[in-house]
Design a binder for this molecule. Sequence first.
Ligand code: GLY
Length: 412
Amino acid sequence: MKVLVLGTGGREHALALALSRDPNVDEVHVAPGNPGMAAVAERHPVDPLDGTAVATLADKLGVDLVVVGPEAPLVAGVADAVRERGIACFGPSAEAARLEGSKAFAKEVMAAAGVPTAMARVCTTPDEVADALDTFGPPYVVKDDGLAAGKGVVVTDDRDEALAHAAGCERVVVEQFLDGPEVSLFAITDGRTVLPMQPAQDFKRVHDGDAGPNTGGMGAYTPLPWAPADLVADVTARVLQPTVDEMARRGTPFAGLLYAGLALTKRGVKVVEFNARFGDPETQPLLALLDSPLGVVLAAAAEGRLDDVGPLTWRPGAAVAVVVAAEHYPATPTTGTEIHGLAAAEDRDGVQVIHAGTTTDDDGRVLTSGGRVLAVTAVGADVADARARAYEGVAAIRIDGSHHRSDIAAGV
Ligand code: GLY
């Protein structure tokens, strides 16, 4: 099987690595990819947002499957353009990707499907926002309705900050704050059958102790030894399957990766958000432990025959990813800084350095090119062991001005 992965980030590097480990996959191609992927995939300088260019590349390469990594191409209809060319594609249609592309649409689907979530109001004027903030009270949760590259959500006790965030958006969803630990649970689906992955946890705030602004994610680990034993079954029955069924009922089946961001509240599990693609950085530790052949599973999902595949299987142990971010991230990150110690980090037992915001210069030096630069990912016998290995890997990396959280998966 030949597979083309679209995207440039850590999630796409993890996908390319896991695909390259699948004995059924002969060739992995990436567009445009990043320097870390070059060891396992051939790179092609094609814009992943350009559906026609992607479909033409897929045709030319003769790939059997295209895997769309990020949300923006999905919302832009790139998966539709590939399928129209008669090529299997893992990723929902533009219509179905609205589950991520519009927070208001996701709320509407959840209401229709009876999926537990926070009470919310869709607001388009400052008066509506103020009224909703006062109805729900602090902490205030204000979400940009559209895609915002991880910067659309503000959770704050400061009413003025909540109002200011809303003022910068065309339409927002103001919702009740959900207490309790957050969990990311992903499911691979063909629009009918749902195959849940194991749960992971993401660390969204930039600083230790969950302080500072939200980011795309500063680290993640899996599995969650503290989670209820029936969590996956419960969320599959009450969230994932009803959502997939409701999308099919509407005539816009969701086939691809359904990401449920959940809060384990005192009153049960509730959905914080849906995404229409693999999470980043949760995908890095999840795919490090996935035992099922990823290419076979994604192809079956893309071709509507996921019930042939059976439950996903996992390696024993745990995996932890720690993100190394560029200076000033999540504000405007410093780019062009040289990255040292990549080989030394990967010399550590169990460690894989996943690239995200990296590039190379004419001399072959690896430089920063984005906010989240690397996800140093390690597997181990349990979470504590994987965590220790991941941080040994992080210690081997040197990027002037970079920062990382020191409490990823601490105390688990
Ligand atoms: N880790 C959060 C996200 O992928 O949206």
